[in-house]
Design a protein around this ligand. Structure first.
Ligand SMILES: *Cc1c(COP(=O)(O)O)cnc(C)c1O
Length: 368
């Protein structure tokens, strides 16, 4: 009898877990026998998406027998015009998640390192590990990136630095002057990856506009997405803005048809509906202010957020509160999976969802 041989995966995969997403609405509903369940867990847009995008998608459906454009030229031209930069500065991904994978694929060699915050968006670490690189994690200070601490970690192995601004899962931004000084101090052969997935929601005067810095800092890569404020999460389309030499390297590791026709058409149409975007941004801020005010009444606090979610500190197990809220039909994200065991992360909902959430949280916090 032949010896049974095991199929051995790459060593790098041994240290990787499997992503555990927020619970889907349907599953919670069935498990708990609830009639209505609201999801405030994945930073999705509670107001849907632009009707113009819907129209564009329906029209584009006629062409799904044809492969999509590989570089989304219409979308690139539109964004180039909007930002006043060259259309060669854009690369589109199946979500901005995919751009992170392109960056690590193209630039991280085994043994290289990438600096990132501890705690931040987990895809940075995962993608660096997949390439056999070493994530170097610098603790947040009061929920905010410690840029000086990150600079101190730079050495000959450093290939890229991730800055998530606003940071997921804390919602905080780094102050304008600090970030500018940081960008100037990072050596020009190290990529600075600015993840701006929540860009549209950030209204603070302290939020740095990074696109004007691209000219002087060709090591800067800015990530944006249509998944959050534009409400197109399921279509999987995001992009990077960067020097065209970096674009040319990333193209080499990209599947030719990585973003589909319907997504490209919807994204383009979304950019023509500033009214919808501004409405979502304004409502988000109103909802966030409302929840923050109610938290104060409950004696609870959260990190100052410029995004569409709040990390709320409970002074007791976030997992327990998550489970109690779940029983009341509200899905949030438990802090224990995000590195804050005494907290929950809540996505700002629409008006009625925010009311329901506050009511349920008040009840849960009174129970114990
Ligand atoms: C949601 C999110 C993304 C990615 O979103 P895509 O849907 O892949 O575009 C990237 N970075 C952060 C910090 C996010 O929260």
């Amino acid at each position: 009898m032949a010896l049974a041989r095991k199929i051995v995966p790459r060593k790098e995969l041994e240290q990787l877990g499997v992503y555990s997403p927020g619970k889907p609405i349907e599953e919670v509903q069935k498990e708990l026998g609830l009639t209505s369940v609201i999801k405030m867990a994945s930073n999705e847009n509670p107001f849907g998406y632009s009707p113009k995008a819907k129209e564009a998608m329906i029209k584009e459906m006629e062409k799904v027998n044809l492969y999509p454009e590989t570089m989304a030229p219409a979308l690139a031209a539109k964004l180039a015009d909007k930002f006043g930069i060259s259309k060669d500065s854009f690369l589109f991904g199946n979500g901005s998640d995919e751009i992170i994978a392109f960056l690590t694929r193209a630039y991280i060699r085994p043994g290289d390192s990438a600096i990132m915050a501890d705690i931040t968006f987990p895809r940075y670490e995962t993608n660096v590990l997949i390439q056999g690189g070493n994530p170097v994690k610098v603790p947040l200070q009061q929920g905010t990136h410690d840029l000086d601490g990150m600079l101190k970690e730079i050495n000959g192995k450093t290939r890229m630095i991730f800055v998530c601004n606003p940071n997921n899962p804390t919602g905080t931004i780094v102050e304008k002057e600090n970030l500018l000084t940081f960008i100037k101090q990072v050596p020009s052969d190290i990529l600075i990856v600015m993840d701006e997935a929540y860009y549209e929601y950030a209204l603070s005067n302290e939020y740095l506009q990074t696109i004007p810095l691209l000219k002087e800092h060709p090591n800067l890569v800015i990530l944006r997405t249509f998944s959050k404020a534009y409400g197109l999460a399921a279509l999987r389309i995001g992009y990077g803005i960067m020097d065209k030499e970096v674009v040319n390297e990333l193209i080499k590791v990209k599947d030719p048809f990585n973003t589909d026709r319907i997504a490209q058409a919807a994204a383009l149409a979304s950019l023509n509906d500033n009214e919808f975007l501004q409405l979502c941004v304004a409502r988000n801020r109103e909802g966030m202010n409302y929840i923050e005010g109610e938290l104060e009444k409950l004696g609870l606090s959260s990190f100052p957020s410029e995004a569409n979610f709040l990390m709320i500190h409970l002074g007791r197990s976030g997992k327990e509160v998550f489970e109690q809220l779940l029983r009341k039909g509200i899905i949030v994200r438990s802090g224990h999976v995000l590195g804050y065991p005494d907290s929950i992360r809540v996505t700002i909902g629409n008006e009625s969802e925010n009311l329901e959430f506050v009511k349920a949280l008040r009840e849960v916090m009174a129970e114990k």
